[in-house]
Design a protein around this ligand. Structure first.
Ligand SMILES: C[S@@+](CC[C@H](N)C(=O)[O-])C[C@H]1O[C@@H](n2cnc3c(N)ncnc32)[C@H](O)[C@@H]1O
Length: 281
């Protein structure tokens, strides 16, 4: 067994790829279109024609697919072989025999591998670097893959102080449980939040809004599924967090300019950043 597969099978790391494999069963045209729209919006682009796009920690492969549909030449990699299989499956479904989308196994912490990739007009790593186990090293590694004047698009969990420490514990417990207890544990952890949301909706007579928060989730959340995102929130480990100002300072010191910032509004989600790399490095 490969070292990464062994690590994922242990209680030190969440099996993201397994969750993504299940997500592919609910992937449809509407979710893909939502992923495309979210990419266009955050990158302020009509399309990605003629650009190179690197998807680090490609997960389900949905962002890679969206970028390829927008016209970019795409390279996707992920640490988890099951995530890699998901991207390969998507490519088979939508772009079979396409030379402009390559997919492989690799790690954002493997400096030699990263250097071998060259540079890209857009480097995207959504919700990944805080799950590597060495977030600041990963943030450093990805920066050298952005071409001069290119864009770096990352999403990093928001630092909520004590709440973040509690989430880390919740995630650690999830990964230490036998697999048959993980689903009920997720339902218990997320159930208490859902009861709160349902109560608020009932009190405000806005049950329709609550129902839409499930049925319309993909449209507002990059084409993702609320249930599979919940599993990812409860299980996603290793887990690190950062305040927006720390990420901003980190890249400013390296000459990057912050072009867009979408915060989680102080909540449990990710803050999204688009940085522009310096033009002459
Ligand atoms: C929360 S998922 C995000 C997936 C995708 N980027 C998205 O936007 O949905 C995190 C992904 O990062 C991958 N990952 C974790 N550590 C990694 C590493 N060192 N190098 C590359 N990918 C990694 C996981 O296997 C998983 O597929």
């Amino acid at each position: 067994m490969e070292a990464n597969t062994r690590e994922i099978a242990s209680d030190r790391r969440f099996g993201f790829g397994k969750n993504w494999t299940r997500f592919l069963s609910v992937l449809n045209e509407e979710r893909i279109a939502a992923a495309e729209d979210s990419l266009k919006k955050i990158l302020e682009a009509v399309d990605l024609e003629g650009m190179s796009f690197l998807d680090i920690g490609s997960g389900s492969g949905l962002f890679s697919l969206a970028a390829r549909r927008l016209g970019a030449r795409v390279h996707s990699f992920d640490y988890d072989p099951k995530s890699v299989s998901c991207a390969i499956e998507l490519k088979k479904r939508f772009f079979p025999d396409d030379g402009d989308w390559t997919i492989e196994e690799g790690s954002a912490l493997d400096e030699d591998y990263m250097k071998s990739l060259g540079v890209f007009d857009i480097v995207c790593s959504w919700g990944v670097l805080h799950h590597t186990g060495a977030m600041w090293q990963a943030l450093e590694n990805v920066s050298s893959l952005v071409s001069d004047g290119g864009k770096l698009f990352i999403a990093i969990y928001n630092d909520q102080g004590g709440w973040s420490l509690r989430w880390r514990k919740i995630k650690k417990i999830y990964n230490s449980l036998p697999s048959f207890l993980r689903m009920p544990y997720t339902a218990i952890v997320m159930g208490s939040r859902e009861i709160k949301f349902i109560s608020i909706a009932l009190f405000k007579r806005q049950t329709g809004d609550y129902i839409r928060s499930w049925t319309g989730y993909g449209g507002s959340s990059r084409g993702m599924s609320r249930w599979y995102d919940m599993i990812d929130w409860v299980g996603g480990y290793p887990f690190e967090v950062a305040k927006p100002e720390d990420i901003f300072d980190f890249y400013r010191k390296r000459g990057f300019i912050l072009e867009r910032l979408k915060t989680s509004g102080g909540g449990i989600g990710c803050n999204e950043y688009v940085f522009r790399a310096p033009r002459n490095r």
